[in-house]
Design a protein around this ligand. Structure first.
Ligand code: C2E
Ligand code: MG
Ligand code: MG
Length: 410
């Protein structure tokens, strides 16, 4: 079977040469000359190998990487450019940080001679993870959490963050939930993974509390977790051990439809609410989350799915639906959070529609714990604390370190 490759370069000669060379190595090759072409023809991105130029008219290779990242493209990436080694090294590092399998840098003038060695490298590229590897990763502490800020859209204050699991695999780099959550589901590892995530989130909460940051932390939990035996007792033990502030924990659920016994789910969820935790219905408006669940289970928060939010600045109907969901949530006494805000226009429309809370790349991407600290410092720590608390946080060794590192890098 032929492997698919894509060459993204605005120079037609390079596209032609690259296509000829890759075809000789058994690749079926498609080409694109601009970001616009990729947007108009998403099928182009169905490739295992992408050769990417660094300068593409008004866009750079980093803009393209951002685009591929948003679409969760899994291809191996090989930079082709006439830029310096230093620029290429920076671009490769940026790609690795986004979790891409970066093959390296191919200078345009050496396209002929160097391509074969990169293709050999590609043959040795890591394969998809297995369930045994995931089990080992949980044991070996390779999972970590990224934190995506949630912002009060009316006053711009940071109110908390959603914890999103990542896997730092020694061979493959950073893996995202869509590449291992289905694996965890198939191999009955969702419950152990969730306990691990909750423990990491509680550790982070304790650290924020110590810094004087009384932030909320949102944790995604699957239906299997609610049904697990002894879940309430184990939850109590864990939260007590970490001195958790339960009123600052939100548990996010999506596929409650998968809960076979709604009565039992209701019992467990009510018990968690009685302990002070908040409960969010995630991805509201998609097939996963319906009005029935909103009505029958004790939710305190509704998260509007990004499939609506991403259209509100282009499509009047999406805006009407989103505004109606905001209204519905408020009438039911729920906190409403808009997910996936990507543009200033979406942000402004949501604030105008009275949406209380927002989350999305426009406000901030998910950040590692250290980057979240730095991001908070950048905002001068005014939002979530009193002046006295802010002084304390500034003196906190970790935070000062991150703040000065951030300032140095400016
Ligand atoms: P979710 O809970 O709805 O989380 C939001 C997802 O949207 C995250 O993807 C986040 O990175 C992404 N996102 C946020 N803002 C934007 C934006 O402006 N534009 C776009 N295009 N995307 C945005 P991520 O981290 O890949 O997580 C995907 C899903 O995996 C999550 O969706 C959640 O359902 C699941 N997941 C993540 N972490 C965990 C976990 O610890 N446990 C469980 N059970 N599921 C998790
Ligand atoms: Mg979520
Ligand atoms: Mg969601």
């Amino acid at each position: 079977m032929l492997s698919n490759a894509l060459i993204i370069d605005d120079d037609p000669d390079v596209r032609l040469l690259g296509k000829t060379l890759l075809s000789q190595h058994g690749y079926e090759v498609l080409t694109a000359g601009s970001l616009g072409e990729l947007v108009r023809q998403p099928a182009l991105l169905n490739a295992e190998l992408i050769l990417l130029d660094f300068g593409l008219g008004e866009f750079t290779g980093l803009d393209i990487l951002d685009y591929l990242y948003d679409l969760r493209i899994k291809a191996s990436i090989l930079f082709i450019s006439s830029c310096s080694q230093e620029t290429a090294a920076l671009a490769i590092t940026a790609g690795k940080t986004m979790g891409f399998h970066m093959l390296g840098f191919l200078a345009k003038d050496k396209l002929f001679t160097d391509l074969a060695s990169f293709l050999e490298l590609l043959k040795k590229a890591p394969k998809a993870p297995t369930s045994d590897e995931l089990a080992r990763a949980i044991q070996d502490n390779q999972l970590f959490l990224a934190y995506q800020p949630q912002i009060d859209l009316q006053n711009n204050h940071v109110i908390g963050a959603e914890a999103l699991v990542r896997w730092q695999d020694p061979q493959r780099g950073v893996l995202y939930p869509d590449s291992f959550i289905p694996l965890a589901e198939q191999s009955d590892q969702m419950v152990s993974l969730t306990w691990y995530v909750i423990e990491l989130a509680l550790q982070q909460q304790a650290q924020w509390q110590a810094q004087g940051w009384h932030l909320n932390i949102s944790i995604n939990i699957p239906a299997a977790f609610i049904q697990a035996e002894g879940v309430l007792e184990a939850f109590d033990q864990l939260t007590q051990r970490h001195h958790a502030v339960l009123s600052k924990i939100t548990l996010e659920l999506t596929e409650t439809a998968g809960v076979e016994c709604l009565g039992y789910a209701n019992y467990v969820l009510k018990a968690l609410r009685q302990r002070g935790c908040q409960l969010a219905l995630d991805d509201f408006g998609t097939g996963h989350s319906s009005l029935t669940q909103l009505y029958r289970l004790p939710f305190s928060e509704l998260k509007i799915d990004r499939s609506f939010v991403s259209l509100i600045d282009q499509d009047k109907e999406a805006l009407v639906i989103t505004a109606s969901i905001i209204d519905l949530g408020k009438r039911l006494g729920l906190t409403v959070v808009a997910e996936g805000i990507e543009t200033a226009a979406q942000h402004a429309l949501l604030a105008e529609a009275g949406c209380p809370v927002g989350q999305g790349y426009f406000l901030s991407r998910p950040l590692t714990a250290a980057a979240f600290n730095a991001w908070m410092c950048e905002r001068s720590l005014p939002d979530v604390m009193t002046q006295e608390e802010s002084m304390f946080a500034r003196c906190n060794a970790c935070c000062v370190e991150v703040c000065s590192a951030t300032k140095r890098s400016r």
